[in-house]
Ligand binder design. Structure first.
Ligand code: ZN
Length: 733
């Protein structure tokens, strides 16, 4: 309109800088729209029901060699039949074959490889085992030059100067067709699925791919043209909005490529699956590969470090988050445990039951667990039961690594504290969450998430106005997912907070936070009855929330200097609870290696604080609560059965400053453990454990009915009733 033009002219006269800023604003708005569009366009392909049932019971083991093998072990019909029978006997459902990993480099062996795989597939199918072939088809070297001679344009090109690299680009149309046909040949030999490695944009160097197909595809899908010169402001600059958009587009490229493969393969075998995995599930995004985006197409998994037993808390949080990603795509997830010995393998199997993960383990080491008559029920697929949800604000994993690391640590810390604290919870992926979906929960936790989609801020606010409780920690939503100021769209403004100031600076070097300090807080009289009155939260960051003068609020806790540490802010029919320090970061157990120096994890008082905050947020009306020290727990429901699953982790006792090394599981007695139950279940529950000769019947006892007619019922598991692992089965009525 005319008014707009006049304003623009005035702006031009008064300040040349304003026009430049307006142009930047426009560009950012274009990129923001493009990002939203991309986010809504991730492909999803569902699995047939019988395939899903198989994935829910997934237990995979190696056929033989590792990736450095030659696909020649157990390749005669007799030896293959014997190996398949042995694997079947161990209880595994699926076999993975490894060897000649960088498959593009053996063009002359393609037919021969298919025949070798046929021997395995035929033997396995006799035993009703599925066969996954593990390979990559993207990395090349000299032996493939005869193929490359005619297709030099299949190689990725550097964004800076256009030079090619020894990695093929999945966006090249001819190469895509080559890829499909290669896999189809293996499928015709009987392969049931593929673990496809290295489908990425050679992200070790973070400067790929600038081929014509990538550049034109990006411009077509986003309306943004990527610089065609060496623009180091953009290339690999995690804080630049265009680079974030570029990575987002690349992530979608990867998912679309795999979707294309799956569709083409399913034309031959409708049951085929594609596996994908990553070591980085909830860590700062330092490359354009992520499991969340692939969850719509692939059966996603993760491999961890070889600190399975001492690292139980980190694995618990990562695997539960991965499971939340996978559920979003309509599938289960799986985990590879690098256990060091037989007891650790068994521990890994029990641990997987808590996170509802499929298993990739050496079958022989866990045959004892697989043969336990109640194992199928122990790990049965179900929906998590929880009245509080941790919201994953995945866009906060992008950008500046220190901020992303703090976000991840805070997020996994809350999950870990809930896991050891007996708070039964669920996890939702924020990017896809609507206010309606949040109403399943009495409360949600939004851990320190500097960069948040506007739609999520709106959904959370809508949920709170409708009666929900949102626990917000740290600094939340002051940036959009491109890292740009959120201005009027930030969630803190909806909460009635003008600004949140970080005290000091968040810094992260060599996998450790710097500038953290203990902070002491005291809980207000009458608030959070379950929490210790005075708590020292170890190594954390603190924040100052500048409340708008009109914002009604109560102070639940304060810091030593009198500043508020925890606020209750009524909002519509619900409430925000604001926590001005990162309690999750303070307690979280990081990803560990054997050389990692053990730290102070899961501080007892801070875990108690987190539990008390959860209890406060849900109004102490949780359907299931586990009370007892030394166990990690999770609750699942399927049909009319509810299972509370518990692993004894009380034997993990390392001293601060000690190297983690290898820790063999030990199981000091735990208990009594009380399960408080508010679901309408029968008067009896049953405790199952491989440590028990017979299942144990437990009575549900009504808590003080006189005092509280709606009080929970409780079952008590006696001290020492189980050693390693147990689950309690409740029947819904
Ligand atoms: Zn390319």
């Amino acid at each position: 309109s005319n008014i707009v033009i006049i304003v623009a002219v005035l702006a031009a006269i008064s300040s040349p800088g304003t026009i430049a800023n307006a142009k930047v604003e426009d560009e950012v708005a274009t990129m923001r729209d493009a990002l939203n569009r991309l986010g809504n366009e991730f492909p999803t392909i569902r699995d047939p029901a019988h395939v899903l049932r198989r994935l829910e019971a997934f237990q995979m083991t190696h056929w033989g060699a590792s990736s450095s093998g030659n696909l020649q072990e157990y390749r005669t019909p007799d030896s293959a039949a014997a190996r398949a029978a042995q694997i079947k006997q161990s209880g595994a459902t699926t076999v993975i074959t490894n060897g000649l990993q960088n498959r593009f480099n053996y063009p002359h062996l393609a037919d021969d490889i298919a025949e070798r795989q046929r021997v395995v597939a035929e033997a396995c199918h006799q035993e009703d085992l599925q066969v996954i072939d593990h390979l990559d088809l993207t990395i090349f070297w000299q032996s493939s030059y005869t193929t490359l001679f005619d297709h030099s344009d299949w190689a990725m090109r550097n964004l800076r100067d256009g030079t090619p690299i020894r990695w093929l680009c999945m966006n090249h149309p001819e190469y895509r067709e080559f890829y499909v046909q290669y896999l189809q040949k293996l499928m015709r030999a009987g392969i049931d699925g593929f673990m496809l490695d290295e489908i990425s944009f050679h992200d070790q160097q973070r400067a790929y791919c600038g081929c014509v197909h990538c550049r034109t595809g990006f411009e077509r899908d986003t309306g943004v043209r990527f610089p065609e010169y060496r623009d180091d402001d953009v290339i690999n600059n995690l804080d630049h909005p265009m680079w974030r958009l570029w990575w987002s587009w690349q992530r979608r490229s990867i998912a679309q490529f795999k979707a294309m493969l799956l569709e083409r393969l399913r034309a031959i075998n409708p049951d085929v699956i594609i596996l994908a995995y990553s070591t980085a599930i909830y860590r700062p995004n330092v490359r354009a590969v992520d499991m969340l985006e692939q969850a719509g197409v692939c059966f996603i998994g993760t491999e961890g470090t070889n600190t399975v037993y001492p690292g139980y808390a980190n694995f618990y949080s990562q695997h539960r988050i991965l499971s939340a990603f996978a559920r979003r795509g309509g599938r289960p997830s799986w985990a590879l445990y690098s256990a060091n010995n037989a007891p650790e393998n068994r521990f890994a199997a029990f641990h997987s039951a808590l996170t509802n993960s499929g298993l990739w383990l050496s079958g022989d080491a866990v045959a004892q667990v697989y043969r336990w008559p109640h194992w199928r029920e122990a790990r049965a697929w179900g929906q998590p039961v929880g009245d509080i949800a941790v919201v994953l604000v995945t866009s906060s994993r992008d950008g500046n690594v220190a901020n992303a690391a703090a976000h991840c640590a805070e997020t996994i810390g809350w999950c870990q504290a809930f896991g050891v604290g007996g708070v039964q919870f669920d996890i939702v992926t924020g990017r896809h969450t609507s206010a309606d979906e949040l109403t399943r929960f009495k409360a949600v936790v939004v851990p320190h998430a500097p960069s948040m989609p506007f739609a999520l801020a709106e959904a959370i606010d809508h949920y709170v106005r409708g009666g929900g409780v949102a626990v917000i920690t740290g600094n939340v939503g002051h940036q959009d997912p491109l890292g740009q100021p959120a201005n009027g769209h930030s969630i803190i403004q909806r909460m009635g907070i003008d600004q949140i100031e970080t005290i000091g600076a968040i810094a992260y070097r060599r996998e450790a936070f710097e500038g953290v300090a203990a902070c002491k807080l005291s809980v207000a009289d009458g608030a959070l009855p379950a929490a210790p009155r005075r708590i020292t939260v170890p190594g954390t960051y603190r924040f100052d929330a500048h409340l708008n003068a009109q914002t009604p609020h109560g102070v639940l806790a304060q810091f030593e200097n009198g500043e508020p540490a925890m606020l209750s802010i009524p909002h519509g029919r619900g409430r925000y609870v604001y926590l001005a320090c990162l309690a999750g970061l303070a307690v979280h157990q990081p990803r560990m290696h054997k050389s990692t120096v053990w730290g102070h994890y899961l501080d007892v008082d801070t875990v108690a604080l987190i539990k008390a905050v959860a209890r406060h947020a849900t109004g102490d009306r949780d359907r299931v609560v586990v009370e007892g020290d030394g166990v990690l727990s999770a609750t699942y429901q399927s049909g009319n059965r509810v299972w509370v699953r518990m692993v004894n982790v009380s034997g993990v006792e390392l001293q601060e400053g000690e190297r983690v090394g290898t820790l063999t599981p030990s199981f000091p007695p735990v208990g009594p453990i009380r399960i408080r139950m508010r679901m309408s279940v029968g008067d009896r529950a049953t405790l199952f454990s491989p440590d028990l000769d017979e299942p144990m019947v437990l009575e549900l006892v009504q808590e003080d009915r006189e005092a509280a007619p709606e009080s929970a019922r409780t079952v008590t598991i006696p001290h020492g009733a189980f050693t390693q692992f147990a689950f309690v089965r409740f029947e819904l009525q």
